[in-house]
Design a protein around this ligand. Sequence first.
Ligand SMILES: O=c1ccn([C@@H]2O[C@H](COP(=O)(O)OP(=O)(O)O[C@H]3O[C@H](CO)[C@@H](O)[C@H](O)[C@H]3O)[C@@H](O)[C@H]2O)c(=O)[nH]1
Length: 531
Amino acid sequence: MPASAAADDAAAAATRPAAQGAGGNDGATLAGRDHVVVFPLMSKGHMIPLLHFAAALAAHHGDHLRVTLVTTPANLAFTRRRLPPSPSVRVVAIPFPAHPQIPPGVESTDALPSQSLFPAFLRATALLREPFAEFLASLPSPPPLVLVSDFFLGFTQRVADDAGVRRLTFNGMSPFSLALCFTLASRRPHVGVEGGAEFHVPGFPDDVRITADEVPDAVIQGGNPDDPVTQFLHDEVRDWDHRSWGVLVNSFAALDGDYAAILESFYRPGSRAWLVGPLFLAAGESPETKQEEDDDDDDDPEGCVAWLDERAARPGSVVYVSFGTQAHLPDAQLDELAHGLVDSGHAFLWAIGRSGGEWSPPVDAGGDGKIVRGWVPQRRVLSHPAVGAFVTHAGWNSVLESLAAGLPVLESPPPPLPMLAWPVMAEQAANAKLVADIIGAGVRAVRGGGVVVGRAEVAGKVGRLMDGGEEGRAIRARAEEVREEARAAVGEGGASREALRRLVDELRSSYVVAGDGTAAASSANGGSGKC
Ligand SMILES: O=c1ccn([C@@H]2O[C@H](COP(=O)(O)OP(=O)(O)O[C@H]3O[C@H](CO)[C@@H](O)[C@H](O)[C@H]3O)[C@@H](O)[C@H]2O)c(=O)[nH]1
């Protein structure tokens, strides 16, 4: 273990001489692997689902598996709050590497002073390779059953290979969006297609048609060799991610499992996509949800729930607005959004976070508009009866949380919220397509390179969702069906619960021990197969 690493408890510091190695290919170490190491990217949209994955393992496999969550010191408090107080789960912190462009103490993407520092942040995380390898080597024998790590942490594949440990990659996206982004990036069917013209994506169902302005930014940027994130992915991720033993996916078969096979085709032969979500439901009653019930002030520093409680007498009267933890809108767009919300005539709660910077609203909504720059307990907000619609950037966690709002805490939650899906960056355009056109759980904001969505569109679409008309009712009914499918997926015998059980079983049986006690398989992650 690195000398400077902090451990959650004394047991976490258990070490063994490096000479015993973590290679794991001697017969004795192959049996009895019961340790899962989880290493999320330090970015809320990526961390939260993996914390829920750790909680799900503890809830359903805690009697025979141990989980170690790896993070950095400034993320410890956030991490601990979301993990169950189970003896089978512990947290280890590795110091965040010094980097000339990243201010000391900034260890999560949402704390970056500017989104332009995201590439530098990623470069800093790549410096965790050595301390992480030391940590893995310090673990007592036998080596871990699996390393579950974010795809941005490409070095973890190399460390896992060296240690003889299988690696599951996780990037927080849905099978639909991953399949779409990978196919567009490799086959490029969008190239040369004029503005509004529809085209077919190879391998996708015939009735799924895409237009050029729906192509996710991640694909557009990926085609630009000067883009610093593209360069990082090229240098540190691409050749490693596709060698993973499998892909952990925060979705469920009934929602977009049809795209899993396309996704799998981009990984080494035999690699499987494991749909075990929605992870916040698979985690069950976590400390997080219990805190939610206890009205924990730390999780609601701005008093959002109390503000909504004051409006509880008018169910469905508030629009909730959030663009997640990474998207930044230009001031001109924030102005139009503010005007549009006020013009809609509905009360709104807007979680603007740090992305609001120094911006101040050009219109005064009086007591009917609350703009919040601190943390918002989003899952509580989404299930609050006063809230009637969700204006969202369509980050995948937000989409799932909206579709399954109210679960698992409320037995009979209010109808899920119709979404105005307003993609800003990354794969969000694909999520918006799924939400609005394929699932039918919302409508989309018109987007397009640099185009500001105008106040009239905001007011009009919010009005359509809030005003109790046929469209809003149909969307709610569709979302309610999806919520029941999500509930069933994580329940006893459900597709996601079963996938988690099979994942654990297959990982165990994948470490084959020959009759003489030696390893029958020498490559933990299936050789050098690169797509
Ligand atoms: O004040 C806040 C802010 C965020 N959240 C939570 O933070 C998460 C945010 O995740 P998400 O909605 O997916 O948005 P991003 O943080 O923007 O997510 C990034 O990661 C996602 C998963 O890979 C991608 O889908 C997005 O495009 C990418 O921007 C959700 O669980 C929210 O509930 C809160 O609870 N309170």
